[in-house]
Design a binder for this molecule. Structure first.
Ligand code: SF4
Length: 337
């Protein structure tokens, strides 16, 4: 599809923001008016899983506050280099569910396509921070093979577009992928998991909305927002445009120590999500990924938080507390549902 002129302006706008994301910890400290000696002292590091912070997300971080809950999600710190027992590269054993490059097939009726290996932001707690994207990079030949895999398994009825982040794929390519998936008779739903709408809301272009809205398949967009401070007016506007075009919007969060392990914050997040047409869906206990132990919240603490939420919110605003266990055929619900 040849983009219209205004489509291409929208497309170049988010791509420009993506390519100019801040990758240097020193620049991040400078922009946020934080002491540069945090780098010299080794408290802040140049990590192998490189920093990436796009401008719209940066603008929501409070200057001069090293404990800002958004900053903690993106700033690489020395604690990532600590070794902890049971914290490993692939705690979910995704490599056991990777039948061909670019496909993860954990559950009977759903298969996940690694649509694009890149993300608009690098979340320090990421459960795929060690994922072998090199071996799963979806070039066209691999994508054709992945679609053939989905076509031959008639037990599948849902395709999950993930990554990385599937919205890193540009609109014409995404439209083409939607068309190909829509042509598979046993597929009923396409689900996208993306952090783009919250970290670069400019990604919600008119072309993208048309692709999602006009698909003959049911389309669900699962967002990933952890803290109410991530939702500013621009994000709210982008999500409301999707909602007004009948795109189902769900949110999943990760429960993160020092970021959102607080009932007042979680309550505010649920209320704010609902105000803009998004249903809080899952709250994940963090996975035991190497380099992320400092984000851990105990199961007992998580359940106590859920009880507080349940006491203060209507049921539809209380997300399910879940944990993903390797080899199980669905997420394990720990509280709610
Ligand atoms: S957007 Fe998702 S996949 Fe990408 S770094 Fe963040 S948590 Fe990981």
């Amino acid at each position: 599809m040849i983009p219209r002129i205004d489509d291409s302006i929208e497309e170049s706008s988010w791509k420009k923001i993506l390519s100019s994301a801040i990758k240097s910890p020193l620049e991040l400290l400078q922009r946020l008016e934080l002491p540069e000696n945090l780098l010299l002292s080794g408290e802040v590091i140049d990590a192998e899983f490189a920093q990436r912070v796009p401008e719209p997300f940066l603008n929501r971080i409070k200057k001069g506050d090293i404990n800002d809950p958004l900053l903690k999600q993106v700033l690489p710190v020395a604690k990532e280099r600590e070794q902890h027992q049971n914290y490993i590269d692939d705690p979910l054993q995704e490599s056991d569910s990777n039948p061909i490059p670019g496909v993860l097939h954990k559950y009977k009726s759903r298969a996940l396509l690694i649509t694009h290996p890149a993300c608009p932001i690098h979340c320090r707690y990421c459960f795929r921070r060690h994922f072998p994207y090199g071996e799963n990079n979806p070039g066209q030949a691999r994508r054709d093979a992945a679609l053939a895999y989905i076509r031959q398994d008639t037990q599948l009825n849902e395709v999950i577009l993930s990554g990385g982040d599937p919205l890193t794929l540009d609109d014409p390519h995404l439209q083409s992928l939607f068309d190909q998936i829509s042509g598979i008779p046993h597929i009923k739903r396409i689900r996208l998991h993306s952090r783009f709408p919250v970290v670069i809301p400019q990604r919600i272009t008119e072309t993208l909305i048309r692709t999602l809205q006009q698909s003959p398949l049911k389309t669900v967009l699962v967002l990933h927002i952890n803290h109410p401070q991530e939702i500013d007016q621009q994000v709210a506007n982008a999500l409301q445009r999707l909602q007004h075009n009948n795109i189902t919007l769900l949110n999943q969060s990760v429960l993160l120590h020092g970021i959102n392990d607080d009932a007042t914050i979680l309550k505010h997040l649920s209320e704010k999500l609902f105000d803009i047409g998004v249903l809080p869906y899952y709250l994940h206990l963090p996975d035991a990924v190497a380099g992320t132990a400092h984000f851990d919240v105990s199961k007992a603490r998580a359940i106590a938080l859920m009880r507080e939420l349940q006491a203060e919110l209507p049921g539809f605003l209380v997300p399910k507390l879940v944990k993903e266990n390797p080899g199980e055929h669905a997420k394990t619900t720990i509280f709610g549902g």
